[in-house]
Each structure stands twice: as C-alpha cells, then as structure tokens.
Design a protein. Structure first.
Length: 37
C-alpha cells in the first residue's frame, strides 16, 4: 500500500483520539524557491 499523509499519519493519529482539523504540507523545495526570491 502506498504511504500517503492521510493513511500513514492522519488516520493513525485520529485512531489515538487526537482531533486533527488540518495540516500544512511543507516541501523541502519551498526553502530553495524562497531563497531565490
């Protein structure tokens, strides 16, 4: 099974009873793009 944010992180966390309303996706490339202006 392919590991996605939803089935590898969100679902296991919610199964522990933690309320997840949203999340931010941060890519390593964002830092390079911002550095270039």
């Amino acid at each position: 099974m392919r590991c996605t944010i939803n089935n590898c992180i969100i679902i296991p966390v919610k199964s522990e009873g933690i309320n997840v309303r949203g999340y931010f996706v941060w890519a390593m490339l964002d830092n390079f793009i911002w550095a270039q202006g």
